[in-house]
Design a protein around this ligand. Structure first.
Ligand SMILES: [Zn+2]
Length: 209
């Protein structure tokens, strides 16, 4: 499945979950952004071993990193003051602008992941640290491997749970869980537009579905 479709489905999941939880307008926008990010996150492994064959996906990788940049930017504007606010905005702009020029290979994804870890460590925000680690590890994984499994889904949902606690907006974990899940379902072999399937039970059982 193409990045655009994943992002669209994720955004729709964000919107409907926001309506279900009766979120404020700002939180609804955030839920839509998070939905599209979570729906693209499994493909952070795209620059892995098979990257040369799937260069089209790079654009969506940039989009995912930019979306994280926007999230960090919004967070800095709302929750941080002074020096930290400025630092957060610079970090956000870097994530939004730099990947377009830098990311040519998985090494750059790894560096970006490590930079996100650094930012999270600096602000002692665990969700940023975890997301950075998720990105770093994904850069080493083969495409449609662990990030496309129940393990990856649960890990990502845990990161979202940490973000939900940090922002105190109910429903964030649900948005991310459903959006990430939608990616895996839409990547399944049962659907006519997929040649490869999803190994749901990695690392325990490597059958493709
Ligand atoms: Zn995928």
């Amino acid at each position: 499945m193409k990045g655009a479709s994943h992002a669209l489905v994720g955004t729709a999941i964000g919107l409907s979950t926001a309506v279900y939880y009766d979120m404020e307008p700002a939180a609804t926008g955030l839920a839509m952004l998070l939905g599209s990010t979570a729906a693209l996150a499994p493909d952070l492994d795209t620059n892995g071993r098979l990257s040369n064959r799937i260069s089209l996906h790079r654009k969506w990788l940039w989009y995912t990193l930019s979306a994280v940049g926007v999230l960090i930017g919004i967070y800095s504007l709302i929750s941080l003051q002074g020096f930290f606010k400025a630092g957060g905005i610079i970090a956000a702009l870097t994530l939004i602008i730099a990947p377009r020029f830098l990311i040519k290979q998985r090494f750059m994804v790894m560096l970006t992941g490590l930079a996100i870890v650094g930012i999270g460590w600096f602000y002692t925000e665990y969700w940023i640290i975890y997301f950075g680690l998720f990105t770093t590890v994904s850069s080493f994984l083969p495409h449609r491997g662990l990030t496309h499994s129940i393990c990856g889904l649960l890990l990502f949902s845990y990161i979202a749970h940490t973000l939900e606690n940090s922002l105190s907006i109910e429903g964030i974990t649900v948005v991310c869980f459903l959006a990430y899940l939608s990616h895996l379902v839409l990547d399944m072999k049962a659907l006519p537009f997929n040649k490869k399937g999803v190994k749901w039970f990695l690392p325990f059982y490597s059958r493709e579905f």
